[in-house]
Each structure stands twice: as structure tokens, then as C-alpha cells.
Design a protein around this ligand. Structure first.
Ligand code: COA
Length: 166
């Protein structure tokens, strides 16, 4: 029988504060932005987004800086899928995706999963470089029959299973 597993509700002010502190302490560039964290979650998906606000005319302009999703892997709490990693073009090259990698590891650990999984396009040189640099292992390379594109599958160990003494 499959385990019943839902992504815990992280929509708390405390959680947003922790993630924001984590991000600004890790990335000096993000520290310079007037930014806030948005967390969206349902039973299968958790989306962490970073927005910045800027004064605009009489009001305030909100724009996305970066985001990623965690998708639960059906039927198990061992694995989580990371997807939709995105850094707004105007903020690329400032180490934000690498900061997000640390945030991903931190949250995955909080959620109690053992492994993160993701796929990338073989031609996505930047993201593939970042994954290798941040400890992900490439476990498969397959060319899609549908798109003809090379797809890479990656896995990141978050925590080792503790050996039982009994
Ligand atoms: C891929 C993406 C998330 C990277 O975000 P980013 O914040 O600019 O990345 P970072 O600044 O943290 O790191 C970029 C790294 O790529 C390297 N890089 C940049 N261009 C490169 C190139 N042409 N070849 C090899 N490495 C390259 C940089 O040198 C840097 O690595 P380093 O710190 O070891 O020097 C961003 O470009 C993006 O959102 N792209 C569109 C969406 C996407 O592809 N998402 C991933 C889906 S799987």
C-alpha cells in the first residue's frame, strides 16, 4: 500500500522569515533588493518565490526575482521532485540559482526527505553546471522520442538513512 504523504503546510510567517534570512545571509546581491518571499502550497506542490518591490509612479511595482517548485513523488515520502527553477533574466549571473540550491537542501531536510530528483535539458549548460557543482549526481541521459532533445535525470542525497541498531 502507498504511504499517505502530503507536503506540510509551510505558509507561516515564521517560515518565510527563516527562508528570507537564509537567502540574504547567503547572497550579498539579494541583500541589496527590497525583496519578500511568497510560499504557495497544495497537497502535491510547494512553490517558493522571491519577489522584489520598487517604487513606481504613485505606488509599488512587484516583480519576480526567482522561484522553484517541489512536487511530491506519488506514493512515497523518500523522494521529492524539484522543478521550475527560474531566475529572472535581469538577476541572472548573481549566484541566485546557487543560493536556491542551498534553500532547496534546507527545506528538503526540514521536510524529512532523503533524496531530491530533477531533470534538465542536455543543452542547459548553466543549470547542468550548477547541479554538478552543488553535489547532484547525473543518473540517466535519454533522448526524448517526442522532442528529440536530450534529457538528463539527476539525484541529490539530502540525508543518509540511519542504521538501525535493534
Ligand atoms: C539556469 C538559471 C536558473 C541559472 O540562474 P543564475 O542565478 O543566473 O545562476 P548562478 O548565477 O547561480 O550561476 C550561474 C553559473 O553558470 C555559469 N555559467 C554561465 N554561463 C555559462 C556557460 N555558457 N557555460 C558554462 N557555465 C556558465 C556561471 O559561471 C555560474 O557558475 P560559477 O558560479 O561556477 O561561475 C537561469 O539561467 C534561468 O532561470 N534560466 C532559465 C530557466 C532554466 O533553465 N531553469 C532550469 C530548468 S532545469
Amino acid at each position: 500500500m502507498c504511504e499517505e504523504y502530503h507536503l506540510p503546510d509551510l505558509k507561516t510567517a515564521r517560515c518565510k522569515k527563516i527562508i528570507k534570512n537564509f537567502i540574504v545571509n547567503d547572497n550579498p546581491y539579494l541583500k541589496t533588493l527590497n525583496m519578500y518571499i511568497d510560499i504557495w502550497a497544495d497537497r502535491e506542490t510547494l512553490r517558493i518565490s522571491i519577489f522584489e518591490t520598487k517604487p513606481y509612479l504613485e505606488g509599488v511595482y512587484h516583480s519576480i526575482v526567482a522561484e522553484f517548485n517541489f512536487n511530491s513523488f506519488p506514493g512515497t515520502s523518500i523522494y521529492l521532485v524539484s522543478s521550475g527553477t527560474y531566475v529572472n533574466y535581469t538577476h541572472q549571473g548573481k549566484g541566485i540559482a546557487q543560493t536556491l540550491q542551498k534553500v532547496k537542501q534546507y527545506i528538503a531536510k526540514e521536510l524529512g526527505v532523503y533524496y531530491l530528483i530533477c531533470t534538465t535539458n542536455g543543452g542547459n549548460i548553466k543549470q547542468n553546471h550548477i547541479l554538478e557543482k552543488t553535489g547532484w549526481k547525473k543518473i540517466n541521459t535519454v533522448t526524448s522520442k517526442v522532442t528529440g532533445e536530450k534529457n538528463l535525470m539527476w539525484i541529490l542525497e539530502i540525508e543518509k538513512e540511519k542504521e538501525k541498531n535493534d
